[in-house]
Ligand binder design. Structure first.
Ligand code: LLP
Length: 384
């Protein structure tokens, strides 16, 4: 089974380009709303997954907040109309101008990752006569069992405050007059398809909350980050992540204090399946043992396969001929510029269009201009 593409229209466009199916995006947003509203959960879309202005404005229509990791993302979120009061600002290395931007806009919360960062936020807030709301990003030491580049909750990661350092941080907070502790923030990793690590995260948070309660510290909110995975192998059959099961885990296992709110930062699960990278076949080259399909998109357009050996399903959307096996490679001067080995495709000819599926998250936004290549444009199913 292949995806649903308006092939005649796509043929008229300059390749490579991103194609976004807005029905899939909207259905995903309906679903995430439906499954989170029942528990009163707050959703901040992780802008890092895809900051295309049109995508952001569709997401904003559904009332989600934004999770930003840079001043640029804060600007993009504000421009798309996300209310500042629904913006969280995370990141291990926030520059002064970025903190100031957050302060000037009175964003909901800074997710702070270290003592020196808290001190700087305090100084900058003091200079403006403001009080910054902060959540502490705690490293919960829970293994997400995902790719080592995108697992973040382990002790040796650069992210977050280690549990053993928490008391020092709390002591520091007592002397910082212009930051207010309002939350605890966690994120264990990305692309989790086995959700059991979230059970461990809930248990860890429950313990921590008990410990903090003994010191009379009860925060207003808990933020459990993002990470819900998508099905890269079956984007047609499994276009929508299991938000019901995901939120259900937290509802069952996380013990919130009265009045405490729960926040999430999903990125990939919101935008992953709505996007495909469409590329044209330049050449079919016979090697001595295999056939190569050389396409006009490369790792500059979609970096994930080269960087993480990530799998993206590839379909020849303009052919129903017999299936053959090919290595699909791009034109960049790097051996890692390969989208897939021994890929089954309907027989490929020069000029065919291939779709690299599930490319809505960490696709367009991670593109580069290496080899002086222009950035790919984006098109949307509802205004082609
Ligand atoms: N919150 C925090 C603190 C994060 O670090 C991330 C992702 C998210 C939320 C959103 O996670 P998601 O729901 O999208 O899994 N470029 C990589 C993924 C890097 C994820 C970084 N942090 C990839 O292409 O797989």
């Amino acid at each position: 089974m292949k995806g649903n593409f308006p092939i005649q229209k796509l043929r008229e466009l300059q390749t490579p380009f991103y194609f976004y199916d807005t029905d899939i995006l909207r259905n995903t947003l309906e679903l995430v709303k439906k499954e989170s509203v029942r528990y009163g959960y707050h959703i901040h879309y992780a802008v890092k997954a895809n900051a295309n202005p049109r995508i952001l404005s569709i997401i904003r229509e559904y009332g989600l907040g934004a999770d930003c990791v840079s001043g640029g993302e804060i600007k993009a979120a504000l421009q798309a109309g996300f209310p500042a009061q629904k913006i969280v600002f995370a990141g291990v290395g926030k520059a002064d101008w970025e903190i100031n931007l957050g302060l000037d806009n009175d964003i909901f919360c800074f997710n702070a990752e270290s003592i020196p960062e808290l001190e700087v936020i305090n100084d900058l807030a003091t200079a403006k006569g403001k009080t910054a709301s902060v959540a502490l990003r705690i490293n919960p030491e829970v293994d997400a069992h995902t790719h080592h580049y995108i697992t973040t909750g382990l002790k040796e990661n650069k992210f977050g405050i280690n549990l053993s350092q928490l008391n020092d941080v709390i002591d520091t907070l007592k002397r910082l007059s212009n930051v207010k502790l309002i939350g605890l923030h966690f994120h264990i990793g990305s692309q989790l398809t086995d959700l059991t690590p979230y059970h461990g995260l809930c248990a860890r948070i429950n313990d921590l909350q008990d410990q903090l309660a003994k010191q009379r510290i009860i925060v207003e909110h808990i933020n459990v980050g993002g990470g819900l995975g998508i099905d890269y192998h079956h984007p047609n059959r499994q276009a929508y992540p299991d938000f019901k099961e995901y939120f259900g885990i937290f509802h069952r296992l996380l013990k919130l204090r009265p009045e405490q709110s729960l926040h999430f930062e999903p990125g990939r699960s919101i935008v992953g399946q709505c996007g495909s990278l469409i590329t044209k076949v330049l050449y079919v080259k016979e090697g001595s043992t295999k056939k190569f399909v050389i396409v006009d998109a490369g790792m500059t357009d979609l970096l994930r396969p080269a960087l993480y050996q990530a799998y993206h399903k590839i379909e020849n959307i303009t052919s129903d001929r017999e299936i053959e096996s090919y290595d699909v490679v791009g034109p960049i001067c790097e051996s890692s510029d390969c989208f897939g080995k021994a890929v089954d495709l309907n027989e490929v000819k020069r000029g065919d269009l291939l779709a690299l599926r599930s490319a809505g998250a960490y696709g367009e936004i991670m593109a580069s201009q290496y080899n002086c290549r222009p950035l790919s444009l984006a098109y949307f199913s509802d205004n082609l």
